[in-house]
Design a protein around this ligand. Structure first.
Ligand SMILES: NC(=O)c1ccc[n+]([C@@H]2O[C@H](COP(=O)([O-])OP(=O)(O)OC[C@H]3O[C@@H](n4cnc5c(N)ncnc54)[C@H](OP(=O)(O)O)[C@@H]3O)[C@@H](O)[C@H]2O)c1
Length: 264
């Protein structure tokens, strides 16, 4: 399917690996020019070089930490300098803050809020005027299922995610008249480095002593009974950012293999 976004310009935050990397690849294959960033210079530069070679597309990257307002501004400035504008923003750079309420610290929660809530919000604040002016824009934020269905083990992530869902719906109403579509993706468990970082904690939470068993139990609730692959997330993100999704806004799409059982 032709996504109808050839020649558009996308920022994908956190494209060094995982879901962000695969999203950048999808865009490049659709003819979109891509700017990405992460905090790890070698990884993000290697990824950019690999993707450029693989797809023949135009991709640039910078080292930036999205918890820092000046870095987000620099990311947008460099995008405009390289490609002339911004049409698409994928707010992806992020982490999980797992653990129950009694383990949560103010510092840990603040870090999660700085990365996901403020990081996402600040990027939107800078790109929205550019998109609104041209009457075309796509914003997709990577959130997470615990924002919809509270999970005591994901307490810190979940309360951050609920705020992001509210932000998505609210901004979809505000930006709709200017044809800037604001949507979200709620992944379940996806097999990336992020999951591996949390595997030990999840083993403890589930009372099992090996990663395979934790993985099996974690996906037991999924209708599809398995982890998601980063490329499966990227397919849906690229679609939401495409011309084909021109009547979709304010949606938070569960990409979780049927994990959440609620009706929204
Ligand atoms: N994997 C899952 O099961 C899952 C579930 C729910 C939601 N999500 C969300 O999906 C998104 C992508 O996750 P993933 O699984 O692909 O994770 P990942 O494999 O760890 O990749 C995350 C990417 O974001 C970058 N990043 C993280 N913090 C950053 C910061 N402050 N500034 C700039 N770049 C930053 C990382 O690079 P550096 O660390 O080098 O900066 C990396 O390139 C995240 O927002 C995550 O919360 C994932």
């Amino acid at each position: 399917m032709d996504l109808g976004i050839k020649g558009r310009v996308a920022i994908v935050t956190g494209g060094g690996r995982g879901i962000g990397r695969e999203t950048a690849r999808e865009f490049l294959q659709a003819g979109v020019n891509v700017m990405t960033c992460s905090r790890t210079k070698d990884e993000v530069e290697n990824t950019c070089a690999e993707l450029a070679k693989l797809t023949g597309g135009k991709i640039k990257c910078i080292v930036a930490d999205t918890t820092k307002p000046a870095d987000i501004q620099r990311l947008v400035d460099e995008t405009v300098k390289a490609f002339g504008t911004v049409d698409i923003l994928v707010n992806n750079a992020g982490t999980m803050y797992s653990g129950r309420f009694e383990e949560m610290t103010d510092e840990g929660l603040q870090k999660q809020l700085d990365t996901k809530l403020f990081g996402f919000l600040r990027a939107i604040r800078i790109v929205a005027p550019i998109m609104r002016e041209k009457k075309w824009g796509r914003i997709v934020s990577m959130i997470g299922g615990a924002g919809k269905e509270p999970d005591p083990y994901m307490f810190g992530s979940a309360i951050t995610n609920s705020a992001l869902l509210n932000m998505t719906k609210s901004l979809s109403t505000e930006f709709g008249p200017d044809n800037v579509l604001v949507n979200a993706v709620c992944p379940g468990w996806v097999g990336t480095a992020l999951w591996r970082q949390h595997a030990k904690g999840l083993q403890k939470e589930l009372g099992v002593d090996n990663e395979d068993e934790a993985r099996r139990l974690a996906t037991k609730k999924n209708a599809l009974g398995r982890f998601g692959k980063p490329e499966e997330l990227a397919n849906a993100i690229a679609f939401l950012c495409s011309e084909r999704a021109s009547y979709i806004t304010g949606v938070s799409l569960n990409l979780d293999g049927g994990r959440l059982k609620g009706l929204w």
